[in-house]
Design a protein around this ligand. Structure first.
Ligand code: AHR
Length: 498
């Protein structure tokens, strides 16, 4: 059997894990909102129209923060359309996705839904068709107590207490020409600076995210980040990153290496932030918000058949297979290995649209990617340890030598640690060992494995457990050393404790 070694030391830490790296995203797109989380006519919904079966699965993920309302959608959105009496809300031609937006679900409903889901909102403002004026108004509506036009409107709309939204994105993917109101880096940097300034004057404690590149493949990548931060370094707390991967070439081994791209993308953005820091002689460190990441490509042909201007069309309904779950697992490990700088990350998205949770009129089910995401969110809290991996490698066409084992060890608290590991080898099991003598008296509590003989296996409403985690007995601690077998092509969560 192939062998690998994980080397850790209690004192060598990457950083405290900000739980918000297990965030997700809900956009007014396709069936994410309508018939996803909100379906008033359904017997599965409560009096607010919130799908209870969906909420149950959302709570299972323990998602700590959800970005809303877009995405590309936000760059043409008038948030005022979505508040107040529902019968007065306008239907709009929604240009980002070519759909009809009824506005029956909006800001106040989202805040109410977040409370039911035990999560926090991360709002985005429209810097595409709008700017500083709209941005300060929405912050006033959400966070000002009372006695002003927008705060009193919130109260009139049934929300006496402020929503106290802490986290705000300054627009979305403003570097891309597909974006409504696309800007050059300096146009956007200026707009972000001005919006940030007045948003903070309304609500000084908010945290702000500036748009980085839509992917590391953008022609403007790197220069965009540097120029944007030149304008708004002092105004923002985070810079965003987005990335989506595909297996269009149907080369699974190569596909599984794509987390290496995410890893170098993060390192590059950290360097750019720190370059601007040095240039400005600043003491402040910009943190990263990886607020869109996932696999996305399965739905692209079907999307072309969607009727324009329909309401809640079946857009971006990727059916995720088992190999996608493995890459998602590796991407989660990558985020954890950068826990010192990545403080927010959002799996894009949450329901129906490139999502871990799917719905029909009769129920909701977990896609394959649900499992690594849920496991990391539930068991990946605490401190990320600097995990050195000595493992056999794969020679990737694009990324050179890539380790066949991705892994990270998380110290949850004084009595618990969790090892997350992916074996990317498609043919062979790999035995890992890890010296745990510093964790005296620890033994294996549970070894969870996600694997499948068929890399293309999916879950459906009729077969919701086709790909599901199992418990393994393939790990033990003896003489202070953990030995575990990572089955070929598998996602592993090894929970240890006293
Ligand atoms: O998540 C789907 C879309 O991907 C978002 O609307 C956009 O920001 C990105 O291009």
């Amino acid at each position: 059997m192939k062998k690998a070694q994980l080397i850790i030391d209690k004192n060598f830490i990457v950083g405290e894990i900000d739980k918000r790296i297990y965030g997700s995203f809900l956009e007014h797109l396709g069936r994410a909102i309508y018939t996803g989380i909100y379906q008033p006519e359904s017997p599965l919904s409560d009096k607010n129209g919130f799908r209870q079966d969906v909420l149950k699965l959302v709570r299972e993920t323990a998602v700590p923060v959800i970005r809303y309302p877009g995405g590309n959608f936000v760059s043409g959105y008038n948030w005022e359309d979505g508040v107040g009496p529902k019968e007065l809300r306008p239907c709009r031609a929604e240009l980002a996705w070519g759909s009809t937006e009824t506005n029956q679900f909006g800001l106040d409903e989202f805040i109410d839904w977040c409370k039911e889901a035990n999560t926090e909102p991360m709002m985005a403002v429209n810097l595409g068709t709008r700017g500083a004026d709209d941005a300060r108004n929405i912050v006033e509506y959400c966070n000002h107590k009372s006695g002003t036009y927008w705060s009193d409107l919130r109260i009139k709309n049934g929300h006496k207490e402020p929503h106290n939204v802490k986290l705000w994105c300054l627009g979305n993917e403003m570097d891309g020409d597909w974006q409504i109101g696309h800007k050059t880096a300096s146009e956007y940097g200026r707009a972000a600076h001005e919006a940030a300034k007045v948003m903070r004057w309304v609500s000084p404690d908010i945290e702000l995210v500036a748009c980085g590149s839509s992917s590391s493949g953008m022609d403007t990548f790197a220069q965009w980040e540097a120029e944007v931060l030149d304008h708004c370094y002092n105004d923002v707390n985070y810079l965003s990153l987005h990335t989506y991967y595909d297996n269009r070439d149907n080369d699974t081994q190569e596909f599984l290496c794509k987390s290496a791209d995410m890893d170098s993308f993060i390192s590059s953005v950290v360097s750019i932030c720190d370059y601007v820091k040095a240039k400005k002689r600043s003491k402040k460190k910009i943190m990263l918000s990886f607020d869109e990441w996932n696999v996305w490509y399965h739905s692209s042909e079907k999307d072309k058949l969607c009727e324009r201007w329909s309401q809640a069309p079946k857009l971006l309904e990727d059916e995720y297979n088992f190999e996608d779950a493995l890459l998602v697992g590796s991407m989660l490990i990558t985020l954890l290995r950068h826990a010192d700088r990545v403080k927010i990350a959002c799996l894009a998205q949450l329901v129906n649209v490139i999502a871990p949770i799917m719905t029909s009129d009769t129920g909701a089910w977990r896609q394959t990617i649900f499992f690594p995401y849920m496991h990391a969110s539930v068991f990946g809290r605490g401190t990320a340890l600097n995990t050195i991996i000595k493992a056999p490698v794969f020679e990737s066409k694009k990324f050179g030598e890539v380790s066949l084992v991705d892994a990270v060890v998380v110290e949850n608290d004084d009595e618990n640690i969790t090892v997350f590991a992916v074996n990317k080898d498609l043919d062979e099991d790999i035995e890992i060992t890890c010296d745990l003598r510093q964790f005296e008296g620890f033994s294996v509590k549970e070894h969870i494995v996600l694997t499948n003989d068929d890399m293309k296996a999916i879950n459906t409403e009729a077969a919701p457990n086709n790909v599901a985690p199992i418990h393994s007995a393939a790990s033990k601690v003896e003489g202070g050393v953990l030995t575990a077998t990572l089955g070929k092509h598998s996602w592993n969560v090894i929970r240890l404790g006293k």
